[in-house]
Design a protein around this ligand. Structure first.
Ligand code: 3PG
Length: 226
């Protein structure tokens, strides 16, 4: 690792902490039709969520993210499903505020240490977490969260890794989000349940806004102090 990585990662962690303060839920968004991006972002923002993860899973993703950045200034757009250094570069060039990956190859971690965009690598095991920490990434995505041991796994990781902060995704929904968020080492949760593809393709923006609003309200009613 280069000498300057430690100071870079501190800055990145501060930036990430500031951004994730706008959570604690990050919708994981897959856009099939470019024209759905802006109304979807507006629907989520109307419901109270500003952090958005646009996944690089469809040909429309980059253009949709660009349209949201240009037309919806309240949106804090992150790019997800970043699998390669090129994907990370695309996210940064686009003007995304942060980037996330379901995993963390050495090539991606290396590129991310040299990049200024705040990056959240994905981990599912202690060794993967140790690798991310070694590169200076203390805030990581825990993916696939439910399938990788769920809440007991994150509780267990808190012992040896008190410095790590997690954003679990994969199997989070309105029924269990508050249980995940109650863990002291969970900084935010992500998931696609907030904006299901069936509702996006139907243009059911009000439904998405209502679910978002209800989810946020149930979190504030039921969650204890974090
Ligand atoms: C992700 O990339 O974070 C996941 O695909 C989200 O998982 P979910 O669809 O189970 O919410």
């Amino acid at each position: 690792m280069p000498q300057d990585v430690a100071s870079l990662s501190d800055t990145r962690d501060e930036k990430l902490a500031e951004l994730l303060h706008f959570g604690p839920i990050i919708p994981v968004i897959t856009i099939d039709r470019l024209e759905d991006g802006v109304p979807l972002a507006r629907a989520l923002i109307a419901g109270g969520l500003r952090l958005l993860e646009i996944t690089l899973r469809t040909p429309a993703a980059i253009d949709a993210a660009a349209a949201i950045i240009a037309e919806v200034p309240e949106a804090i757009v992150g790019i997800g499903t970043v699998l390669t250094p090129d994907d990370l570069e695309r996210a940064q060039t686009l003007g995304a505020r942060f980037a996330l990956s379901p995993g963390a190859t050495p090539a991606l971690l290396e590129a991310a240490t040299r990049s200024v965009i705040p990056f959240i690598p994905g981990i599912a095991t202690p060794s993967e977490l140790m690798e991310a920490l070694a590169y200076g990434f203390k805030t990581v995505k825990f993916f696939p969260a439910a399938a990788s041991g769920g809440i007991p796994a994150l509780k267990a990781l808190a012992g040896p890794f008190p410095q790590a902060r997690f954003c679990p995704t994969g199997g989070i929904d309105e029924k269990n989000a508050k249980d995940w968020l109650a863990l002291p080492n969970v900084i935010a949760v992500g998931g696609s349940w907030i904006c299901p593809s069936s509702e996006i393709s139907a243009g059911a923006w009000d439904q998405i806004t209502n679910r978002t609003r209800q989810t946020i309200s149930s979190l504030s009613q039921n969650s204890g102090p974090r």
